[in-house]
Design a protein around this ligand. Sequence first.
Ligand code: SF4
Length: 314
Amino acid sequence: MKIRLGISACLLGQEVRFDGGHKHDRFITETLGQYVDFVPVCPEVECGLSIPREAMRLVGEIDHPRLVTVRTRIDYTEQMQTWAERRVQELEGEDLNGFIFKSDSPSSGMERVKVYDDKGMPVKKGIGMFARAFMEHLPLLPVEEEGRLHDPKLRENFIEAIFTFKRWREILEAGPGRKQLVDFHTRQKLLLLAHSPEHYREMGRVVAHINEHPMAEITSRYQDLLLEGLRLKTTPKKNANVLYHLMGYFKKDLTADEKQELLDIIDHYRRGDLPLIVPITLVNHYVRKYDQAYLKEQYYLHPHPLELQLRNHA
Ligand code: SF4
């Protein structure tokens, strides 16, 4: 089953922009596209505007701006909001694992969109009108902009989140029993720890009391914590802590030399001298060499397909 991602249609190469052009992003279509089914959304076209059309911008209050054409000042705020309210309800039924928005757009931008005051001065603090409706309706779903996906760390975090959420969805679709939830949690433990030690502990408490509450209550609480936790970014410090923690599983296996080599490599990674893939590759080597059953099952060591090369730069 492929991951389903909502996406601003122009990023797929669809010629829907105000000038009839597109903003095709090759990483999205050619690399990510191998693992993802996209659900394209162009708010401006879907709410009834033509191609080409006059360019628009946000004007007025940063938190409640209006969507107005640049030259003729036609106000499309109500038209866009009415359509967006309906469309986000439809998208909720699409089983999306996340959304990739087009940056800087008054309709689709996720953050730092220009909002103009009455003197025509812009402040980069706005949110595109559809992006705002989407994030308010589905506040925990992983979201990113195509521009931020060029940052290796943000890219790795987002893709790890959507792959983890997909695995969770598969568990939900199978109608999870208590055992399935405990198994899922056990295999995600180190990955959760790398995002948020607090969420990791709280999810552990939910799982520990699994027999004391109705299953629907448990899965809903667990899902909220999972999505909240995944939104917190991993950092070299958090990853290094997980790697040190992970070394404890090899206490009796590693020779003094192997232990020292691994410690040195984790240290180099923490200081930014090496990418994450280097300590992870060495750990995976020891997992195979010493047949570490618990670590073999940990998604932290294989969170997404290697072909995405996400940890080569993170
Ligand atoms: S940025 Fe959004 S509204 Fe503009 S063309 Fe792309 S999908 Fe359509």
